[in-house]
Design a protein around this ligand. Structure first.
Ligand SMILES: [Fe+2]
Length: 417
C-alpha cells in the first residue's frame, strides 16, 4: 500500500473519485475533536489547576474553553450543517459535571435541527476524575460507559441502526445514501492506547457489508488515527490494528476516516483512503472541519473559530477575547517556547543562538498544530537540529521538519505525490 504523508493540512482538500451530478446536493458535515471541555462551575481557572495547565506543555486553552465553544456553537447556528461529528476527548478528564455541561451546550444545536454524533476518546471515560471548583483538586464523579451512553443518548446513542455489543461503537444512517460509522477506538477506558477488538472488527465488517449491499457509502470516524501521522507518536496515537481496519473500510467502499487525539491539523492518504486528524479544538486556532459529502466525492475545509467576532457580538469587555488572535496565539506560543527554552539553553552555549533556536522551534510547534507553515524561515533548521541532537525536544522537532520520505528537510509548500 503506497502512502502519502502531508506534514501539513492543505486547507481545502477536494477528492473526487468519479464524476457526480452537479445537481446532487451534498450532506454538510462539520467535524470537531478534542474539545476537552471543563464547565466553569466545576473548574475554576486559578490556583493549582491554572498553574498545572499553563506548564504541562499541551497548550490547552482551558481558561476560555467555554467561550470558545460558545463561539463555535454560534458559528454552527449560522452555518447550519446537517451533522456535527465529535471524535472524542469531549471533556478535560472524564468528570461527569463536564459531560453534563457539554451535553447542555449540544442541546442548543440539536434544537435547531443539527444532528450531533459523538464517540468517546481516552479522556472521556477515565474510571476516576477530579474537579477544581476553587482551582484546587477535589475527587469527582466520573462516568461509566453506560452513563456516557445515557448522557449522549440524543447525540448518537439512540436512533442508530446498529450498536456494537462490545464497545461504544455504532452506525448512524443519514438515509441519504451515506452511513456514518462512529468507532470507539479505546483499548480500555483510562488508557491512551487505541485498538479495535476482534469482536468489534467482526461487527464492523458486518455493518460495512450491509452498508455496501444497500448501495450506501460509509464515512468512518474514531478517536485514534488509522495511519501513522508522526512516527514518534504511533504507539499511543495510532490504532494498533489501523492497517487492518483501513483494509476493511476500503474493501467496502469507504475512503474517508476522521479522527483526533493528536491535536495537530494533519492528514495522510493512501491510494485508497484519506485519514484526517482534526486540529484539537482545545488549542489555538481552535479548528473544525467542514465536509461537503457527495456519494462519490467529498471536499474538506479546515476553519478556525472566530473567537473575537463572537466576543464582539455578545458585547464582551474581556480584552483577551476581543483580541483573541493575539491572546490565543501568544498563549500557545509561550507554552511551546517554555518547553523549547528548557532544553535548548541546556545544550546550546551561545545565548544568542539558543534564543534564536527557541523562538524558531516554538513557532514551528504552533505551525504544526495549526496546520499553517507560512512565514517560517526554515533556512537554519538543519543547524538547529544538529546543535540540539540527542534531546527529546530535538527529535520531536525533527519529526515536524522531516517528511517521512527520504529524510529531507521539508520544503514549503510540501507537495504530496
Ligand atoms: Fe485523546
Amino acid at each position: 500500500m503506497k502512502k502519502f504523508v502531508s506534514l501539513l493540512l492543505v486547507f481545502i482538500m477536494i477528492f473526487s473519485f468519479c464524476a457526480c451530478s452537479p445537481k446532487e446536493k451534498p450532506i454538510k458535515i462539520v467535524t470537531v475533536t478534542d474539545t476537552h471541555f471543563t464547565g466553569k462551575e466545576a473548574f475554576s481557572y486559578e490556583g493549582t489547576f491554572a498553574l498545572a495547565n499553563d506548564s504541562n506543555g499541551t497548550g490547552k486553552q482551558v481558561k476560555y474553553v467555554e467561550e470558545i465553544f460558545d463561539a463555535f456553537v454560534s458559528e454552527m447556528l449560522y452555518e447550519k450543517p446537517e451533522y456535527i461529528v465529535i471524535t472524542g476527548d469531549i471533556v478535560f478528564n472524564g468528570a461527569k459535571a463536564s459531560h453534563l455541561a457539554f451535553a447542555e451546550k449540544l442541546k442548543v444545536l440539536s434544537e435547531e435541527g443539527i444532528k450531533i454524533l459523538v464517540l468517546p476518546g481516552n479522556h472521556d471515560i477515565t474510571g476516576s476524575s477530579f474537579v477544581f471548583p476553587n482551582g484546587e483538586a477535589e475527587v469527582a464523579e466520573s462516568v461509566t460507559p453506560d452513563e456516557f451512553r445515557e448522557i449522549y443518548s440524543e447525540f448518537g446513542y439512540s436512533g442508530g441502526i446498529s450498536y456494537d455489543e462490545n464497545s461504544l461503537s455504532y452506525v448512524y444512517d443519514t438515509e441519504k445514501g451515506v452511513r456514518i460509522f462512529m468507532l470507539d477506538t479505546n483499548v480500555f477506558y483510562g488508557a491512551t492506547l487505541g485498538n479495535l477488538s476482534e469482536a468489534t472488527l467482526i461487527w464492523l465488517e458486518e455493518q460495512l457489508s450491509s452498508c455496501k449491499e444497500a448501495g450506501d457509502v460509509p464515512i468512518v470516524a474514531g478517536h485514534h488515527s488509522l495511519l501513522s501521522h508522526n512516527p514518534r507518536f504511533d504507539l499511543n496515537y495510532k490504532l494498533g490494528n489501523g492497517d487492518k481496519v483501513s483494509e476493511i473500510i476500503t474493501e467496502y467502499g469507504g475512503n474517508l476516516y476522521l479522527c483526533g487525539h493528536l491535536h495537530t491539523q494533519h492528514f495522510v492518504h493512501t491510494e485508497e483512503i484519506t485519514d484526517i486528524v482534526g486540529g484539537g479544538f482545545c488549542v489555538y486556532p481552535h479548528r473544525y472541519g467542514v465536509i461537503d459529502f457527495f456519494k462519490e466525492s467529498w471536499t474538506y475545509e479546515s476553519k478556525a473559530t472566530s473567537v473575537s467576532a463572537y466576543a464582539e457580538n455578545i458585547g464582551s469587555t474581556d480584552e483577551n477575547l476581543l483580541q483573541y488572535s493575539d491572546f490565543g496565539y501568544n498563549f500557545f506560543y509561550d507554552n511551546a517556547y517554555a518547553q523549547a527554552k528548557e532544553t535548548i539553553y541546556s545544550v546550546v552555549n551561545d545565548p544568542e543562538l539558543a534564543e534564536k533556536y527557541s523562538v524558531f522551534s516554538a513557532k514551528l510547534n504552533v505551525a504544526y498544530f495549526g496546520g499553517v507553515f507560512s512565514d517560517l524561515d526554515l533556512s537554519f533548521a538543519e543547524d538547529f537540529i544538529a546543535a540540539t541532537e540527542g534531546t527529546g525536544w530535538s527529535s520531536y522537532m525533527k519529526t515536524i521538519l522531516l517528511d517521512t520520505k527520504d529524510n529531507v528537510y521539508c520544503q514549503w509548500p510540501l507537495e504530496t505525490e
